[in-house]
Design a protein around this ligand. Sequence first.
Ligand SMILES: Nc1ncnc2c1ncn2[C@@H]1O[C@H](COP(=O)(O)OP(=O)(O)OP(=O)(O)O)[C@@H](O)[C@H]1O
Length: 225
Amino acid sequence: MIKIEGVSKTFGEGKELFAALKSIDLEVKEGECVILSGISGSGKSTLLSLIAALDRPSSGKIVVDGELISKLPDLHASAYRAKIIGVVFQHFNLLESLSVEENVIIPLINSGLDMPTIHLMAEQAMQRALIQHKSSQDVSSLSGGEKQRCAIARALVHDPKIILCDEPTANLDRENSLKFIEMIQRLHETGKTIIVATHDPLFDKLPFESRIIHMEDGAIGSSSE
Ligand SMILES: Nc1ncnc2c1ncn2[C@@H]1O[C@H](COP(=O)(O)OP(=O)(O)OP(=O)(O)O)[C@@H](O)[C@H]1O
């Protein structure tokens, strides 16, 4: 369902030209859990941002669910994300002065749904992410683990088929990291396609089926089940 063909991404120009991704080929099947591993700077976040259509490749193509997303104009890119993509960003990207629920409903703002439906969907997402008990609390007063669960609820609120997580455990202690992995397992069991970019060794041996793809210097190295 995610087909990446010959994708390269360069930043800058002239002497400053830098190749962050070099001719990546990758297929991710529906319902698969893929771990993108690799040291800092190997291109993991860049690849996730292209799959989320937050940025466009310099060359190559990305097809998701039959739709060519590598050349989508901005408006179509946000519609594509609203339809099937949930993203948990490395630094959560939450609005600190808003409550948990206000943050969680953000992806539904232009959905055309009525407010009771939006509140119900937010409630369900907060329950799934185990943050419902903090729904009216400002994000600024949450702990790191709670902020992460709020970010997960926001990523899940529109029930996306594909969930992309960028270094989701970077700011968490071991206990919260293990809780995060349990949540990924539950999502995996419901058939979601999940891609996690991480260099956390906790993802090397997950208690469920997953595929590890090693990235190195903007290219895909080895792969292991
Ligand atoms: N907008 C940009 N402009 C210039 N260089 C960039 C830009 N975005 C990423 N890069 C460079 O591309 C390379 C890959 O970055 P990327 O963030 O994808 O790595 P990563 O593997 O996710 O690293 P980390 O684990 O530290 O998040 C890095 O060398 C980075 O400096």
